[in-house]
Design a protein around this ligand. Structure first.
Ligand code: SF4
Ligand code: SF4
Length: 630
């Protein structure tokens, strides 16, 4: 690899790489993110390599492994450029047909195209699929254009030109001003203005200073940062080097959780390539600015996402938060000024430098500029990664992009902000999604987890789930969080198991207030949000559990029972064959019917799932009904 000694070297290399790419006009891109790899996308890649060699297409058609395309529900995803023909759920055995029909004859393989559920029409282009139509993929679009393991792909699409501009045409003050003017806010949770954080760190007279990428994404169901690092690590590293130049740091870290092996691997490769090209190290592009970066692997503790805990972990200490009398921007890693931003925040920086703060300021809402990536999961048809301009309504996200609720069920709520956020009921579907509006209604943006719940979700059980998660993840350093969360969990366990008492809701509210005021760090002070928001919007469900010992959604195991309706049962015995504990037996009599031994039943729900669709003889009832009839 040639060492790039000036911006001209970089621009020359880019032109050369662009020409090479243009020679092979058609490119088959195959998602090689974690989700699609789990669906055997590597077999699809291997089969394309074999088929294209056999048909002699290697010189005419390029093949590229890419990062996540977002529609993870329907992977492995194959997109053929430049037409952007999108094939979903592609298997190795489909490849021969794609090659002979699409690559050779220019025809589509209809059965692999997206089918519109309403019209039944097949949709050819990726951008016309409803999931993509309303998105604004400023960050995720590049995932489809680069192989994350090839820095050349990133350079060919203009990568590192923002760095060259910053190093040779701007000074640190101008960079910070541009980020401030753009209104970029941190994407890791709090939404703190990035420019202001950079300025604070810059203004502290100290050498050294540090800059860190927070890739310790820990919210259940969230994988935005993982997908950016896996799919386009150079966008994050370019933002990091620009940030380092702005604050005057020569040493950076990427703190990434060990459970993200592909993100770690691709970031390691990216850093090595940067060193080889001279884009990190001494005297970058002849500017006189020097910077190096190391990867630090996190062990996966949720609390290590908190800035002071993360810095303790990098220092080799236990990842526990400390009181921040002085902010980490002033006194952070090894007591030196340290700037911490998350993956998505850094990925926005090259876009702002390249396109200008005016351009960026036109995207999004008043105080929340740009786009936000959410992992849209739960009870929604199109689960996956979505990138929307801030200010879009929850309804548009859940229905227009997410395709609504599966199986004709009713929407009940959506949880934003992960375990530190709150649930928002149907009446709030029209609120615009941005930092301030979400906070105003008792939730938060968080890092971008968005979990959709349908009518079958128990909101008390949801609060119990998040409290259980946080009680386990509490580092235990402060009493309010360690003991307060345990007590809240004990109360919620009692309520969901039919042992709730009058006054429990008030006790939960009191403990919540105590945690909010006294907990050491944000894990503890925001931990009551799921409990408080479910009480605020679904108090009737708490009342039903406590007063009537009933779970209206039929979720809490201690409050439900399975029963077989003898009149509906056709005696096929499927349920008995699928019961893991032999709790179902034949009842002696004229007609063959089955019944459940309630003493043996472990309430796994297998029997209700396997009873033939038109029979539906197994029913879920409230256990209190069973007791009354006994
Ligand atoms: Fe058996 Fe599970 Fe049905 Fe109970 S719920 S009867 S354990 S299959
Ligand atoms: Fe009866 Fe349904 Fe069980 Fe068949 S599967 S024996 S119909 S309850």
């Amino acid at each position: 690899m040639p060492r790039l000694k000036s911006p001209d070297d970089l621009y020359e290399l880019r032109e050369k790489l662009k020409q090479e790419r243009d020679q092979r006009h058609t490119c088959v891109t195959i998602c090689s993110g974690t989700g699609c790899i789990a669906c055997r996308s590597q077999d699809v890649v291997a089969e394309f390599e074999r088929e294209m060699a056999e048909k002699g297409l290697e010189d005419k058609v390029a093949l590229r492994r890419t990062g996540c395309y977002g529609l993870c529900e329907r992977g492995p995803i194959v997109v053929i450029l430049p037409e952007r023909i999108c094939y979903l759920g592609t298997k190795a055995e489909d490849v021969s047909e794609i090659v002979s029909e699409t690559l050779v004859k220019g025809r589509h393989v209809d059965r692999l195209l997206y089918e519109d559920v309403e019209t039944g029409q097949r949709i050819v282009r990726l951008d016309d699929i409803p999931f993509y139509r309303k998105q604004e993929r400023l960050l995720l679009e590049a995932n489809s254009l680069v192989d994350p393991k090839r820095i050349e792909d990133y350079i060919a699409i203009g990568g590192y030109s923002a760095l060259a501009k910053v190093l040779l045409e701007m000074n640190a003050e101008a960079v910070i001003e541009e980020i401030e003017k753009a209104g970029l806010r941190g994407r890791g949770g709090g939404g703190f203005p990035v420019g202001s954080k950079w300025r604070t760190t810059r203004d502290v007279p100290s050498d050294p200073k540090y800059i860190i990428v927070n890739a310790d994404e820990g919210d259940p169901g969230a994988y935005m940062d993982r997908s950016i690092l896996e799919g386009n690590p150079h966008s994050v590293l370019e933002g990091l080097i620009i940030g380092a130049f702005a604050i005057g740091s020569q040493k950076g870290y990427v703190y990434v959780r060990q459970e993200y092996p592909l993100a770690v691997e691709n970031t390691e490769i990216a850093i090595k390539q940067l060193e080889e090209y001279g884009l990190i190290g001494k005297d970058i592009l002849g500017s006189g600015f020097s910077f190096t970066v190391d990867i630090q692997r996190g062990a996966g503790a949720f609390v290590s996402g908190e800035s002071s805990a993360l810095m303790s972990a990098i220092e080799g200490k236990v990842g526990e938060p400390r009181l921040k009398y002085v902010h980490t921007a002033v006194k952070g890693l090894w007591d030196k000024p340290t700037c911490l931003n998350n993956v998505e925040t850094f990925a926005n920086v090259p876009l702002i430098i390249n396109n200008g703060s005016d351009w960026y300021g036109r995207i999004g809402s008043d105080n929340s500029k740009g786009t936000k990536i959410f992992s849209l999961v739960g009870k929604v048809n199109n689960t996956g990664l979505v990138e929307i301009p801030m200010g879009m309504s929850l309804r548009e996200i859940v229905y227009d992009i997410g395709g609504g609720i599966p199986n004709g069920k009713k929407f009940k709520a959506v949880q934003t902000g992960g375990p530190s956020g709150g649930v928002l009921p149907e009446g709030m579907l029209d609120i615009p999604v941005d930092f301030d509006r979400l906070e105003k209604v008792g939730s938060m943006m968080g890092s971008g987890g968005m979990i959709v719940m349908d009518e079958d979700t128990c909101m008390v059980d949801t609060a119990r789930y998040y409290t259980d998660f946080l009680a386990h993840e509490s580092c235990g350093k402060c009493v309010p969080c360690r003991e307060g969360l345990r007590q809240m969990l004990r109360i919620l366990d009692n309520i969901t198991s039919g042992k709730g008492r009058e006054g429990d809701i008030e006790l939960l509210e009191e403990l919540s207030e105590f945690l909010q005021e006294a907990a050491f760090c944000a894990l503890g002070s925001t931990a009551p949000n799921p409990v408080l928001s479910t009480i605020a919007h679904f108090r009737d469900e708490y009342d039903a559990h406590i007063r009537d010992k009933r779970c209206p959604s039929g979720v809490c195991k201690d409050l439900i029972a399975y029963q077989i309706d003898a009149e509906a049962c056709i005696g096929c015995g499927t349920c008995a064959r699928n019961c893991p504990v032999d709790a179902i037996s034949e009842v002696e009599g004229e007609n063959t019917v089955y019944e459940i031994d309630q003493g043996k039943c472990i309430k796994c729900g297998n029997c209700i799932d396997v009873c033939p669709p038109k029979v539906e003889a197994v029913v879920k009832i409230s256990s209190s009904v069973l007791l009354e009839s006994a």
